[in-house]
Design a protein around this ligand. Structure first.
Ligand code: PEP
Ligand code: MN
Length: 337
């Protein structure tokens, strides 16, 4: 349940509503999202309780939502969300290709890759400055220096850029430097980080956690949305299963399902799902056919020398030839690339 308040609801009105909710044993939470004041309830309300609440001042509408996530739900917002990032629409008819290296290694590396990507269907450049690695001995990223390089290359090539934020203290500086903030799989349930990007004024790519259920993933999106940021792009990147021949198991069913459950755009990262480049073309095509609104793919101009995830990086030429097939699939399902 979600109680939407009128724009003119006073503090006194809201207090009165919350006293009644407390009396009814309803855990409730007042928040403002997208310039609308709301009170979210974990549990449902009975018909007589709804009648009682509707008699109070300050209520515009009660959204009878049965899912634990509310703002992210298709029952709350019927029209699909289309997110703009520096002129690129994500979630519209056109499928978006986001590509770039796993990590920013140097200005020379990012410039060389971006220069080549400009001649492909890529419309947003991915690259990480902060690298949460499984091993503390692996390359950890260029951090703030990397952000500066990302921004410089963005200015030179005029392409929107995205990067991961891993620490609540870096959200402001990351939001200042890039067009889209990414929350990595390992941080999907870092609730303080989700709340902080909820306050940012930039779209957020929210990766599905390694072992997160679809419901947990949508609840993570809800954290960002209820803290003020409605621009969430969900990203399926494979989940942990018993299978070890691939890095993760790409759960394409979740893409089809989440597109039914939520109005938010859904993209797929085949690179971290596979962990090996040979199957990336096949699963990328399948992702588009399953309804993904975009792909997040790792590429490198010299994968054997990559400081991170070289094994799964496509050459830019390979991405270009893959996009010929992706476009055919997009057209077959009434979309474009
Ligand atoms: C990434 O996209 O750079 C990354 C680390 O992916 P994930 O968070 O999905 O592991
Ligand atoms: Mn990577």
């Amino acid at each position: 349940m979600l109680i939407q308040l009128t724009p003119s609801a006073t503090a006194e009105d809201i207090h009165g509503i919350q006293i009644l909710l407390d009396h009814l044993g309803q855990v409730n939470c007042l928040f403002e999202s997208n310039h609308k004041k709301m009170i979210g309830l974990e549990k449902g309300l009975k018909d007589d309780q709804i009648k009682m609440i509707l008699q109070l001042k300050g209520i515009e509408k009660i959204h009878a939502l049965t899912t634990p996530y509310k703002l992210a739900s298709i029952a709350f917002k019927k029209e699909r969300t289309v997110i703009q990032a520096r002129g690129v629409a994500i979630g519209g008819n056109k499928i978006v290709l986001i590509a770039g290296p796993c990590a920013i290694e140097s200005k020379k590396q990012l410039s060389a890759i971006t220069q080549k990507l400009r001649n492909t269907k890529t419309s947003i450049i991915r690259a990480s400055a902060y690298k949460p690695r499984s091993s503390p001995y692996s390359f950890q990223g260029l951090n703030e220096e990397g952000l500066k390089i990302h921004k410089e290359v963005q200015k030179e090539h005029r392409m929107p850029i995205e990067t991961e934020v891993t620490d609540i203290r870096d959200v402001a500086i990351v939001a200042e430097h890039v067009d889209i903030i990414r929350i990595g799989a390992r941080n999907m349930q870092n609730f303080d980080l989700l709340k902080e990007v909820g306050k940012a004024k930039k779209p957020v790519i929210l990766k599905r956690g390694l072992s997160a259920t679809v419901e947990e993933w949508l609840l993570a999106a809800e954290y960002i949305m209820m803290h003020g940021n409605p621009e969430v792009i969900l990203c399926e990147r494979g989940i942990r299963t018993f299978e070890t021949s691939m890095r993760n198991t790409l759960d394409l069913s979740s893409v089809a399902l989440v597109k039914q459950l939520s109005h938010l755009p859904v993209i797929v990262d085949p690179s971290h799902a596979a962990g090996r480049k040979d199957i990336i073309p096949a699963i990328s095509k399948a992702a588009i056919a399953a309804g993904a609104d975009g792909l997040l793919i790792e590429v490198h101009h010299n994968p054997t020398a990559a400081l991170c995830d070289g094994k799964q990086a496509l050459l830019i030429e390979e991405l270009a030839s893959l996009s010929v097939d992706l476009e055919k699939i997009a057209i077959a399902i009434g979309r474009s690339l």
